[in-house]
Each structure stands twice: as C-alpha cells, then as structure tokens.
Design a protein around this ligand. Structure first.
Ligand SMILES: Nc1nc2c(ncn2[C@@H]2O[C@H](COP(=O)(O)OP(=O)(O)OP(=O)(O)O)[C@@H](O)[C@H]2O)c(=O)[nH]1
Ligand SMILES: [Mg+2]
Length: 644
C-alpha cells in the first residue's frame, strides 16, 4: 500500500468542509475579466482595467462556497496561447502545465472567456483541454453578450467541448452565482478531465502549424453549432472609433481630455483641501495650546502634524486624478490612445507595447516597471524600464501642487484656462517629452532597429463599472494614507530629531535649526545646490525625500515649522515658501522633481527586474544628472528674466 492510499484509509470520511481545499486557477485571454471575477469571488482588490496585460503576476486568493467548500484560487496573467513569448505569459504557462518551480499544477482549470469574443477565446480553451486537467468553462461578460443579442447554447457547447459551462458577470455583485453553485455540485466534487464529443477530439502535443489550423477549424464549427449572432452586429464602437482614432480629431480629443483632467485636479479639489488644511491647522493649534512647551509638543506639532499634515492635504487631488485615470482605464479608451501615439513612439525607437507600462507609471513607476514583463524583447523592455520614472507618478503631485499653488497665480488665461492647471499640464508633458528624448538618444547608433508593429487588441468600449471605480479609488486612498502613516510619518519624526538636535548655543533665539545636524547637512549640500537656486531648507528636504517624493513636502513642512518664529508658526507651508523663495527657485525645484529619482522603491524594483545593481545605478546617475542640468538651465533663464 503506498503512502497516499494509507492517508485515505486512515482519514475520516471527507465532508466538503474539512476536505483539503480545492486548488483552482483562472486561465484565459487578456482582458476577459479574470481579475474582476477573482476580486468578486475572493474579495481581493487586484487591479482591473479594460485593456490587455493588466495582471503580470500570479495572485492567490481564498474563497468559501455557499456549501462551505474551501477553494484556493489563482489569478493568472492573460495569454492567447500556451506558447509563451513574454515573461507574464511564461508564468501562466508554467503554472498550468505544472512546470512552475514552486506551484503544483491546479486541480481545476477555470477557463474564463469573454462571451462577446468567443471565436477568439475558444482557441485557448481548446489548447487548454489538451492539458488533461479537469476544467470549467466560464462565459464571462454574459451581460454584454445578452445586450448584443448573442445567443449561446451552453448545453451544446458543454457537450461538444466535454467540459461544464457556466455564465458569469465579473462586475456584478451576484455575477458569480452560477460559478459558486457549480463548485458545490456533485460534478465539482468528482472532478473529471474533459471528455469531448468525438467530432472535436482533444489534440495533444506541440502547437504545430497543422494543429493550429485544425483548431481554427474546430473553433469555426463549434461557433456555428452553438452561437447565434445577431443579424445586425453592433456598429457603435466603430462609429466612436471613427472619431477617436482619427489622426487629427483623435489627437485633439486626447489633448483636450488630458488637459481637462489637470484643470479638474486644481479646481475641484479646493473645497476639500481647505477642509483638510483647516483641520490640520486646528489640530496643531489645539495641541500647541493644550500642551506645555517642550520637546514632546515640538515633536507632535512640528514633527508629526506639520510633516504628515502637509502631505495629507493632497489626498483630494490624488483621488480626483485617479478618478479620471480609472474611468479612462475602464472605458477602453487607453489602448486607443496607445494606437494614436504608436507612430510617435516608433520614431524614438519605442514599441507600442511600451505604452501600457509607461501609462501605469503615471500612477507609480513600481507597477509600471513590473508591467514591462509583457514586452518580449529585452532591449525594448530595458529601455521602457529606464524611462518609466520620467512619467509623472502620483507621488510628485503633492510637490507640484504645493509649489504651483504657492507661486502660480490662480488666474484664467484666454478666458477658459486655469493657469495653475496649465502649468501642471506642462510638467506632465515635460516628463513625457523628456522620456521620448532619452529613448531617442538611446536609439542613436542603432539605426537599423526593426520597427515592431503594434499588435494590440482594441477592447470594446464599456461604461466604467461603479464597483471597480469604488474599489480602485479606495485602494488609491489606502495606498496614500499608508504612505502618510508609514514612511512619511517615520521620516518626519527622524527629520524632526535631526533638525532639533543638537540645540543652538546659549543666547541664540532665532534660526536654531541651523545648528542642528540637519542644518549642517543642509548647509553643506547648499554649496552643491546653490548654483541651481536651492536654499538650505530645500537641501535638507531633498535628503529624506530619497525615500519617497512626497517626503519633500513633509520635510519642508517640518523644517519650516522648526525655523519659524512667532507669528509664522500658524502660517501654511505654501504661504511660508511663497514669502521666502524666489519664483526662479520654485521653478528650478519643480523641474528638479520632473527628473530626480527620489524613490527607493523604484530603484529596488529595477534591481529586482534586471537582476542586479547595474541598471538601478545607471538610472539614478542619469536621472540626477538630468535633474541638475535641467534645474540649472531653468534657474539661470528665470534669473535672467528677472524672476530671481
Ligand atoms: N460588462 C462587463 N464588464 C466586465 C465583466 N468582467 C470584467 N469586465 C470589465 O472588463 C475589463 C477587463 O477586466 P479584467 O478583470 O482586468 O481582465 P483580465 O482578464 O484580468 O485581464 P488581464 O489581467 O489583462 O489578463 C474591466 O474593464 C472590467 O471592468 C463582465 O462580466 N461584464
Ligand atoms: Mg487580470
């Protein structure tokens, strides 16, 4: 008797609740709604968006069915076939074929398909059948299919393929009901590998040309036998695309859209920001009044409240920006933008595949760099990684917003444009153009680069799902608040200490901070940074800002709170710097933050994805170099214009 049998005999009769959990994995084409289903089933909050290649890692989640069955579910990167080309596809292939180093093959393959694109999706289903694993076919997006008048004979489909079939809607609360019910059914407890109709035999072996052709024919026959398409296919998307993909109108639309977003970031956020600012100021004043003067009061008021409060204020702006990004992501517009910009990206040697990773970098370079895993060519991937930090991540927003609000008048230009929004827009564009320039320089000397055409599926336009929007915004708010409560709070306290000790000599009442450790470091750095217009307070703030960009704001908050005397204390950080910096300095700092790599996590991610220190060091070096150069030029020009 072997070991496995003996466990079976020794154990109690298994009931669903105490049996070992079922190991299931979601397999499917990109953008068919795997992650939406995964979130719905497991309560996870993984990123969902309406374009291919969102998930690039395997993610694990747990669920309990209504019948109390435990299931361990894996969400996998989408793939069109099990012949992997890029790193994310390789992860999926290795897991479902059992070649993954640490992951046993799943006991159940949940093959997710987009019911509105069954013809395309069935190819992978046929390929997956050959793995011989028990399988469930899920027709996701069944709401859309119904709306389009598609009729799918699920019983027939199930019989021909030899696998059970259920329908689902990844974005509705009850959208996975049938799937959960199936998991509790007898069939799901006696998992069987597919047994297909003899007309559609399961082909095993490598993907030869003959096999691909045979599968293509099988798909056509299965479609004919099971799917009734509406007589008049919907033309809505084509009509929208006629404008959106038009070289002139489409590009204009893209510019106007981006532009309106930046306007909204400034004009909508104001009342909310005033509210937070008021509360932070109130908390500071209340504590100042309630506590006796001393070290603890200074730590709380100048360190904790001045530090974290100055960053917290920017939460509304970040959420407004993400609201728009999420709406664009879920609507299906973004890949169209990639299509529009593909030619321009091509001229600097970037492939269209770089677009989505670069776009993700607007939220944060860390997931952006991870998203480069979907780029098969190593050279293209490396280049994309190297320029990803030039995309304006949301951590820069507090820095930009602080300086813009302090130095750029809130006035209307040409009757409609808000000048502050315009400057913010210019900074974003500045980042993009610099990235293009860097890519172009990297291309020099490799003039014979073959231009890879952009092959990208344009997803159907969709109304953004409120559920995904709420999850997305909540996630963003939590990420931001965790940063404020974590790294920003920690750095604020450390900085408060460095800026308070050692104390000033006897008799000095003003500017005691200059004698502190931080003050000394600031003065030393000022020598290097004064040519670009930075004073010692800025120099101090730049050091802790290596941890994260927002820290620059909290550090300025603490430094100015500690150097303030008498009446200044109650003043907002923006007002304080508006009084003590010249416009030339402010512009120089803004430009510095377009380039400078103030983000340890990004450099750590580059090290992880490139397996070594070489590229993160090159990245830090070139970005600091560019930052210094650009700030120098900006400062000198601004001074020459009389803004010094
Ligand atoms: N209408 C509708 N939309 C859905 C449904 N399921 C998912 N979506 C939307 O489809 C888009 C893609 O969903 P994802 O879950 O990110 O797709 P995915 O399969 O994980 O994609 P990759 O990670 O790129 O492989 C998102 O915009 C979802 O909101 C559905 O059943 N109905
Ligand atoms: Mg996904």
């Amino acid at each position: 008797m072997n070991a496995r049998e003996s466990t079976v005999h020794l154990g109690r009769a298994a009931t669903p609740s105490d049996a070992a959990p079922l190991r299931a994995a979601l397999l499917g084409n990109p953008n068919c709604g795997k992650t939406a289903l995964f979130n719905l089933l497991t309560g996870a909050r993984q990123k969902v968006a309406n374009y291919a290649g969102v998930t690039v890692e395997r993610k694990e989640g747990w669920l309990t069915t209504p019948g109390k069955r435990r299931v361990r579910l894996l969400d996998l990167p989408g793939t069109y076939s099990l012949d992997a080309h890029s790193e994310d596809e390789r992860i999926t292939r290795d897991i479902v074929t059992g070649e993954h180093a640490r992951e046993a093959p799943p006991e159940l393959l949940v093959c997710v398909t987009d019911a509105t694109h069954l013809r395309l999706n069935l190819r992978l289903v046929l390929e997956a059948r050959a793995l011989g694993l028990p399988m469930l076919l899920v027709l996701n997006m069944s709401d859309m299919a119904r709306r389009q008048g598609l009729q799918i004979d699920t019983a027939q489909l199930s019989a021909l393929l030899g696998v059970p079939v259920v329908e689902s809607v990844g974005v509705h609360q009850a959208g996975a009901r049938d799937l959960l019910a199936w998991l509790d059914s007898d069939a799901a407890h006696r998992l069987q590998p597919p047994v297909a109709d003899p007309r559609f035999p399961i082909e095993v072996g490598r993907n030869t040309r003959e096999q691909l052709l045979a599968r293509h024919q099988q798909v056509a026959q299965i479609m004919q036998a099971t799917v009734q398409e509406p007589a008049q296919p919907t033309q809505r998307d084509d009509r929208i695309d006629a404008v959106v993909l038009h070289p002139l109108w489409g590009t204009l639309l893209l510019l106007v859209t981006l532009f309106l977003i930046f306007q909204a970031v400034f004009s909508w956020a104001e009342p909310l920001m005033d509210g937070i600012e008021g509360s932070v100021a109130f908390a500071g004043e209340w504590l100042s009044g309630a506590m006796p003067e001393g070290v603890l009061r200074s730590l709380l008021v100048d360190g904790v409240i001045a530090g974290t409060g100055s960053v917290l204020v920017f939460l509304p702006q970040i959420l407004i920006l993400f609201f728009f990004i999420l709406v664009l992501e879920d609507s299906g517009y973004l890949p169209r933008a990639a299509f529009l910009l593909d030619r321009i990206m091509g001229t600097v040697g970037l492939s269209g595949r770089s677009f989505i990773p670069l776009l993700s970098s607007f939220a944060c370079a860390v997931p952006g760099i991870m998203a480069t895993r979907s780029i098969p060519s190593w050279r293209d991937r490396l280049l994309t990684i190297m320029i990803a930090p030039l995309m304006t991540c949301s951590a820069r927003l507090p820095v930009y917003a602080l300086l813009i609000a302090a130095f750029i008048p809130d006035q209307t230009v040409a009757g409609v444009f808000n000048l502050q929004g315009l400057v913010l827009f210019a900074l974003y564009i500045g980042g993009i153009l610099s990235a293009m320039a860097v890519a172009w320089v990297a291309k020099l000397g490799r003039s014979n680069l073959a231009r890879t055409p952009l092959l990208m599926e344009l997803p159907a336009y969709r109304w953004p799902s409120v559920r995904s929007l709420v999850i997305g915004l909540y996630e963003r708010a939590m990420i931001f608040l965790r940063r404020v409560g974590g790294i920003i709070l920690t750095v604020s306290i450390v900085l408060w200490f460095l800026a308070s000790y050692p104390g000033a000599p006897e008799g000095i009442t003003e500017g005691a901070i200059r004698y502190s450790y931080a003050g000394q470091i600031g003065h030393w750095l000022e020598m290097v940074l004064s040519p670009i217009g930075f004073n010692w307070q800025i120099a101090i703030a730049l050091v802790p800002a290596m941890a994260a960009r927002e820290v620059a704001v909290s550090a300025l908050g603490t430094v100015y709170a500690l150097s303030a005397t008498g009446d200044d204390v109650a003043e907002q950080l923006g007002t304080l710097i508006a009084h003590s910096w010249s416009l030339a300095t402010a512009l120089s700092v803004l430009v510095w933050f377009v380039f400078a790599p103030h983000c340890i996590s990004t450099l750590a991610m580059v090290k992880r994805e490139t397996n070594g220190w070489r590229y993160p060091l090159i990245m830090a070096g070139y970005l600091f170099g560019l930052a210094y150069l650009a700030s120098f030029v900006t400062y000198r020009i601004a001074v020459a214009l009389g803004w010094g």
